[in-house]
Design a protein around this ligand. Structure first.
Ligand SMILES: [Zn+2]
Length: 466
């Protein structure tokens, strides 16, 4: 296809598709993404391969499911060198590559930096530093409220583009915004537009606690949340999504100002969604319901395709790498067997009949929760999960042998388990699922243990994982 096409891959961390106005949400959270989708391609049925950050990004970067790339398998969180990554492929074919690595999970200590000529580990940046406008950023944070440093990220991306976006040398930039991750904080202009003020009868401290890290305590039954309580928390989340939408608008404006826009493919997605009390769950982890695995996916490239095109077909984040290889006409040597498919031509023809998603038994997280909430019973969460999803049904299989079957068109909240009612449907899906599991037996090699430094531990704690 087109030579020298720049690629910007944006992950809106923890943003579920059904909270985006371009996906039919009833609040205007993403006016700019609506514009982009209006001239691009929007995938209505995109699914993450995992319900949390490391394995999902690893699938995005390798075109494979967790059972093959090995992140979140047997407590491994390192992206092993037996995987060739998207950034490595693009770097070896002449791209200049750059990444914003937002947190410890996606750091160089975990192998996610491979293939990037330049990368910035945002969690390692000091909060106060006297260059490239960090003073200004800090002042903005003080005046406007914190937002997990998305305005700083934009500054860093622009600075890198100014120095590195050279005519005839295409670039690949990977950007992750964590603004919508819990605590759901966004600057005041976005909060003001979306945040519902708690009623006098609501406990604001409880809502703050839930937003910050108290969701696990809620999951253990320590306190209750009413539908009105969740509405307030979700309104904070909506403000955070609107903030990301604004940052993407700002970046695109910059690309236009630098005459890079016409030759750039922008891909926007999320690594997973977020739970707000569905199935008595908070945040992400512990389930494979659509609240966590259905994600947005939008392509925009004025030089290649013009929309609006909306495709209802099933696609997986494992498809991103094969699609880019196809689009850029690349034929690299790749160590792993790809599991995703090219989404070209962009018409849904010959796309998947089913996709998968996986969540390993969360032994490490349960250890952390036991330490944080002594005496609480989290045993009901102690199981790994895998699912197969078609456009109509989802079969979820637990390591405890439990099975759930849902009919999504009639039961979008996955509340009514049909496993004992639709025996034939379950049987067909179970066979496909078992074939897929069998194909992954023994496909994993071990990865080196990585030392956790103090900044990594501090960051994981801030994210609520330790
Ligand atoms: Zn994430």
């Amino acid at each position: 296809m087109r030579k020298n096409l720049n690629v910007v891959l944006i992950v809106m961390d923890a943003v579920r598709a059904d909270h985006l106005s371009c996906y039919g949400y009833n609040k205007p959270t993403t006016p700019f993404l609506e514009e982009l989708a209006g001239n691009g391609v929007l995938f209505e049925g995109a699914f993450a391969s995992a319900p949390w950050t490391p394995p999902s990004h690893a699938s995005l970067f390798t075109g494979t499911y967790p059972s093959r790339h090995g992140v979140d398998v047997n407590e491994n969180l390192y992206l092993g060198e037996e995987n060739t990554t998207l950034a490595q492929i693009l770097a070896t074919t002449g791209y200049r590559t750059f990444a914003i690595l937002p947190d410890a999970h996606l750091s160089s200590a975990r192998g996610f930096h491979r293939g990037f000529h330049d990368y910035i580990e945002v969690f390692r940046l000091p909060h106060f530093k006297l260059d490239f406008g960090i003073i200004e950023t800090s002042a903005r944070n003080l005046l406007l409220g914190r937002d997990k440093r998305s305005s700083l990220i934009n500054k860093l991306v622009k600075r890198w583009l100014t120095d590195n976006a050279v005519r005839d040398i295409p670039f690949f930039a990977f950007i992750n915004y964590k603004t919508a991750h819990n605590r759901y904080q966004s600057p005041w202009p976005f909060r003001r537009r979306f945040e519902i003020t708690p009623a006098a009868t609501q406990d604001k401290k409880k809502l703050d606690y839930f937003s910050e890290a108290g969701g696990y305590s809620y999951m253990a039954g320590k306190f209750e949340m009413s539908e009105e309580d969740f509405e307030v928390v979700r309104s904070r989340y909506d403000g955070a999504i609107a903030c990301i939408d604004h940052r993407i608008r700002d970046l695109v404006r910059f690309l236009k100002a630098k005459n890079l826009y016409d030759d750039t493919l922008i891909m926007i997605t999320a690594d997973h969604g977020e739970n707000f009390g569905e199935h008595r769950l908070a945040y992400h982890l512990f389930c494979l319901y659509d609240s966590l695995i259905r994600v947005p996916l939008i392509f925009h490239a004025p030089a290649i395709f013009r929309g609006p095109v909306r495709l209802p077909h099933l696609v997986s984040l494992t498809d991103i790498l094969p699609t880019l290889m196809d689009l850029l006409n690349l034929d690299p040597v790749i160590r792993q067997d790809l599991e995703g498919k090219s989404l070209l031509p962009l018409n849904g023809h010959a796309y998947h009949t089913h996709v998968f998603s996986e969540f390993a038994r969360p032994t490490w997280m349960l250890r952390n929760l036991a330490a944080r909430f002594p005496g609480n019973d989290f045993s009901h969460l102690d199981r790994g999960l895998k699912c197969i999803r078609t456009s109509e049904y989802k079969l979820i299989v637990g390591t405890d042998g439990g099975e759930e079957l849902y009919h999504l068109p009639s039961d979008p909240t996955e509340s009514h388990n049909l496993i004992d009612e639709r025996i034939e449907v379950a049987k067909v899906l179970r066979t496909k699922y078992q074939d897929w599991v069998a194909a992954h037996q023994g496909s994993r090699s071990s990865s080196p243990y990585q030392e956790e430094d103090a900044l990594i531990l501090k960051n994981l704690k801030e994210l609520g994982y330790v």
